[in-house]
Design a protein around this ligand. Structure first.
Ligand code: PEP
Ligand code: MN
Length: 344
């Protein structure tokens, strides 16, 4: 992996790549971090002769992993991903909050204004729901996305919603500020490839049975497809323990933060399945260096059509925000907020 120098010009890079190809080696340029050239077939011995000392190259590293573009060495200070007007990066802590599913206009607007006044950074809400049982509420579909767009203009919060089908990229495009790849679709490679071609941030949730390597390779697909605006999200993995819904793998979050330059979120709602555990796990996520959380909040969890058992009330969410605001300065971070907050 050759990382480009900031002063490298397009012409220099093109000539360098053409030269490498003429010698019979593969070379491809990716717009990730400062820009990189992947040279998959060049041996370390040939590397120096091919590109060594070239003005356009800042540094070269040889990855010992199958993923390359997501590696920390590409952007050692971390990548900032902008979702709407909110910057998700290591200086801030992004709080993505909202209902599991968009259920009605009243439910969504009550929850959206509730989380916005409590200080959330980004609104979440599923319109296409991946439900384990076909008899459960499947989401409002496009109508749900229209409601999310309305909630966005009411609150000024950018919105994120799950996408399950590549054909929905186009109709969803203007209604959401980020696409969410759900845990069940982390290895839907057609979807990952299509999102690599989309000009919109993507939040990639870890599948409950995915290794860290598989999770990072899912992100690599999107970067390799040309979209570098990727955020990872740990949401619990399946283990022998059944006292929490899944097992929140916080150690892997700390590991992944060292391994990749992409921002990493923690979803304590799906991971624990228990609203009582959401606040302590959120504080742990902030303390260990995650770049934000994704939490489920409902204006009346008892009536929720999906994941009500783990959703926070708006009051509990406001308390969580208070605790996060108290801890944030000790971790050198501030809670992320939209750059242009709408006037009330
Ligand atoms: C969700 O965020 O509502 C969701 C379905 O999460 P996951 O894909 O992590 O199960
Ligand atoms: Mn949910």
């Amino acid at each position: 992996v050759a990382v480009l120098a900031p002063e490298a010009t397009e012409l220099e890079v093109r000539r360098l790549v053409e030269g490498v190809r003429l010698r019979g080696f593969e070379a491809s340029v990716y717009d990730v971090g400062p820009g990189v050239i992947l040279l998959p077939s060049v041996s370390p011995e040939d590397l120096d002769e091919l590109i060594g000392g070239h003005r356009a190259i800042e540094r070269v590293f040889i990855p010992d992993t199958r993923y390359c573009l997501v590696r920390r060495e590409v952007e050692p200070s971390g990548t900032a991903v902008r979702i709407g007007d909110v910057v998700v990066d290591e200086g801030g802590f992004a709080v993505v909050a909202g209902p599991c599913a968009v259920e009605s206009r009243e439910q969504l607007l009550a929850t959206a204004t509730g989380v916005q006044s409590a200080g959330a950074s980004i609104l979440r809400g599923g319109a296409f729901k991946p439900r384990t049982s076909p008899y459960n509420f499947q989401g409002l579909g496009m109508r749900g996305l229209e409601l999310l767009a309305e909630a966005r203009s009411r609150t000024g919060l950018p919105v994120v919603s799950e996408i399950m089908d590549p054909h929905l990229i186009e109709p969803m495009y203007r209604l959401v500020d980020a696409f969410q790849v759900g845990a069940r679709n982390m290895q839907n490679f057609d979807l990952l490839r299509a999102l690599g071609d989309a000009d919109k941030p993507v939040i990639v949730k870890r599948a409950p049975s995915a290794t860290v390597e598989e999770w990072l390779l899912a992100a690599e697909y999107i970067l390799a497809g040309g979209n570098e605006r990727v955020v990872l999200c740990e949401r619990g993995i399946r283990t022998f323990n059944n006292t929490t819904r899944y097992t929140l793998d916080l150690a892997s979050v700390a590991l992944v933060k060292r391994e990749t330059h992409l921002p990493v979120l923690v979803d304590p709602s799906h991971a624990t399945g228990d609203p009582v555990l959401v606040a302590p796990c959120s504080l742990a996520a902030l303390a260990l260096g995650a770049d934000g959380i994704m939490v489920e909040v409902h204006d009346d969890p008892r009536l929720a059509l999906s994941d009500g058992q783990q959703s926070l009330t708006i009051e509990a969410f406001a308390q969580l925000m208070d605790s996060l605001r108290r801890l944030a300065p000790a971790t050198g971070r501030r809670i992320a907020s939209p750059l242009h907050t709408l006037s009330a």
